[in-house]
Design a protein around this ligand. Structure first.
Ligand code: SAM
Length: 237
């Protein structure tokens, strides 16, 4: 067994996430493509087998523990980069219909190749979240997620417009979240969200993570998301 697979089996065991041999093989394909493409497209600084297994794959799989992903549901990943966290979640849950969004086209090319290799049901969209949130994708997703993209207030403006009322925005964050959450409470409320739970995890390497589960309780007002410059210059406070 490859070093990456060994690490992933160990990590998934500790986190109590069951993986089949077929799913492990898909993670191996993912890892191989990630390393291959990383040579020409800047995808990630995390490249060793152990780090990729824990900090990318196992970390992303935490999403499946923090959020109930409805069978056949629509999951959008905003600023997904090389596919984190939604692609590992979709390896576990191939019934999910993915929308992968990133503003860098070269990453979208990678995601298209990855989706084809893994046989994923995924639409790979090149664009900025704040522009796509005003298209027909608005309020169509059961779950919208993002990891390492922006401050929570800004992220809420990127993500909540895509979530249907009753659905969930799941923000993957580090351990110290209280201050960021306080600064973002107003944005979350204005955009139609309500914090439901902060799910806390410890990865096998000792690093701690929080996943904020924010429920969409009312429609996002039509004035949001605002234009990129507005969001950057005057975050909702
Ligand atoms: N989510 C991935 C992860 O956790 O590895 C990638 C994180 S990377 C630090 C941030 C990604 O968000 C980049 O790929 C960037 O192109 C994308 N991004 C930043 N702002 C964005 C926006 N407004 N709309 C869409 N993508 C955005």
């Amino acid at each position: 067994m490859s070093e990456m697979k060994e690490e992933l089996v160990r990590a998934a065991g500790i986190l109590e996430i069951p993986l089949t041999p077929e799913q492990l093989e898909q993670f191996e394909t993912y890892y191989r493509l990630l390393i291959e493409w990383n040579g020409r497209v800047n995808l990630t600084a995390i490249t060793t087998p152990k780090e990729a297994a824990v900090k990318h794959f196992a970390d992303s799989l935490l999403l499946t523990k923090a959020v109930e992903l409805p069978q056949g549901g629509k999951l959008a990943d905003i600023g997904t980069g090389a596919g984190f966290p939604s692609v590992p979640a979709a390896i576990l849950r191939p019934d999910l219909r993915l929308t992968l969004v990133d503003s860098l086209n070269k990453r979208i090319r990678f995601l298209e190749a990855l989706s084809a290799a893994l046989g994923l049901n995924a639409a790979c969209l090149h664009g900025r979240a704040e522009e796509l949130g005003r298209t027909k994708l608005r309020e169509t997703q059961q779950v919208v997620t993002a990891r390492a993209v922006a401050h929570l207030g800004t992220l809420a403006e990127y993500c909540l417009p895509f979530v249907e009322v009753g659905g969930v925005f799941a923000a993957l964050k580090g351990p110290e979240i209280e201050e960021e959450l306080m600064e973002s409470e107003k944005a979350i409320r204005i955009l139609g969200g309500e914090l439901e739970e902060i799910c806390r995890f410890t990865l096998p390497d000792g690093s701690r993570r929080s996943i904020l589960r924010i429920r969409k309780i009312s429609q996002t007002p039509t004035g949001y998301p605002r234009a990129s410059v507005k969001i950057a210059k005057s975050p909702i406070k």
